[in-house]
Every structure is written in structure tokens, then in C-alpha cells.
Design a protein around this ligand. Structure first.
Ligand SMILES: [Mg+2]
Length: 194
């Protein structure tokens, strides 16, 4: 009896991990850049809080200040949304200076895919999970943290191939996931969707 139960639970857990685990890196929306995201649609859906990754999402890893285009976009977005930069970058100085320039709040050293940063934003500002979205360029940090926390996820293509050294390891894992997803027709680079 016990043996039978164990075998059933083993397959149930395996199945759960396969489904939940398998899709956890697939973003809800996928766009080329942050400029291609239909923000009006997010607003209509009841999204109030945009959480942006910094490196290779908003700016290149060696850029010191946001570009004029990014500044203009954030100027518009600030009117409709509460915006946060949630970065794994340990340099608080760089993250804060970007946030200051863009008129938004920030958290550095967020340790995504851990959800600590997202939870902090949600509880400190009373945002329901349905009101939040995370936007980033990495499946295994940005998208996975959003999925784990239970909010909408939007992937954009990285602005450049040059990554921070730690990101290089994430990209290896990401490429493995991408190969699997492509084989199963679940997700493919360059096939954008809303
Ligand atoms: Mg990034």
C-alpha cells in the first residue's frame, strides 16, 4: 500500500515539476526592446507597477547614464505607473544614479531569481501581484523571479552581447532552456508576442 502511494506521489511530483518547472522560464510577453512594449495595454489590464531590470534591458553594462530615448520613455511612463529598477548589480551607486536620472526608485543586489526584491516592492507599496509586471532580458533571473512571485513577465532581447561576468553563467543555462523550448515549439528567440 505504502509502496503504491510512494510511486503515485513520485509521478505526481515529477509531473508537477515537469509542467510548473518546464514553463517557469517562458515569459508572458516577449518584445524586442522596452520601446516595443504596449504600455497602454498594460495600463488597461490594471498594471500599476513596472519593475525593470537595468543591465542590457535599460542600458548597456558600461553605460553610465541613461540615453535620451530611455529618459523620454520613462518621463511618459512615470505619469501612469510606479516604476522600480530591480538589479542584481552589486554597485548601488550605478543603480541609484540611473534611478535618480529616470525619476524612479531602485533596489540593487536583488539576487534574482530570489523574490525578496519583488516582495519588498509589493508589500512596501501595497501592490497586488496582479498589478505588477517585471521586465528584463534574462530568462533565469528576471523571468524566473517574476514567475516564482506570481506576476506578469515580459522578456526583451539583451541590448548587447557583452554581459557582466556573472551573467555569462546564466546565459549558458538560458541557452540550454532555449534549445529545449525551440524543439518543443514553446518559445523561440525573435518570435515576439503579446
Ligand atoms: Mg539584465
Amino acid at each position: 500500500m505504502f509502496k503504491k502511494f510512494s510511486i503515485i506521489s513520485f509521478f505526481l511530483i515529477l509531473g508537477y515539476n515537469y509542467i510548473g518547472g518546464y514553463m517557469k522560464y517562458v515569459p508572458k510577453m516577449y518584445k524586442k526592446t522596452i520601446f516595443d512594449i504596449p504600455y497602454h495595454k498594460l495600463l488597461m489590464e490594471g498594471i500599476k507597477c513596472l519593475v525593470f531590470d537595468l543591465d542590457n534591458t535599460i542600458a548597456l553594462i558600461d553605460e553610465r547614464v541613461p540615453s535620451k530615448e530611455v529618459k523620454d520613455l520613462f518621463k511618459k511612463l512615470n505619469k501612469d505607473f510606479s516604476i522600480f529598477i530591480l538589479s542584481n548589480n552589486h554597485s548601488g551607486k550605478r543603480v541609484k544614479s540611473f534611478a535618480l536620472e529616470l525619476g524612479v526608485k531602485s533596489i540593487n543586489f536583488a539576487c534574482k531569481p530570489f523574490t525578496r526584491g519583488l516582495r519588498k516592492i509589493s508589500t512596501n507599496n501595497n501592490f497586488a501581484k496582479e498589478e505588477m509586471v517585471i521586465i528584463g532580458d534574462q530568462l533565469v533571473t528576471d523571468i524566473y523571479s517574476g514567475t516564482r512571485f506570481g506576476i506578469k513577465t515580459i522578456l526583451v532581447d539583451p541590448l548587447a552581447e557583452k554581459d557582466l561576468w556573472i551573467t555569462k553563467f546564466n546565459r549558458i543555462k538560458e541557452n540550454m532552456k532555449l534549445r529545449k523550448y525551440r524543439k518543443k515549439n514553446l518559445f523561440e528567440r525573435g518570435k515576439y508576442y503579446e
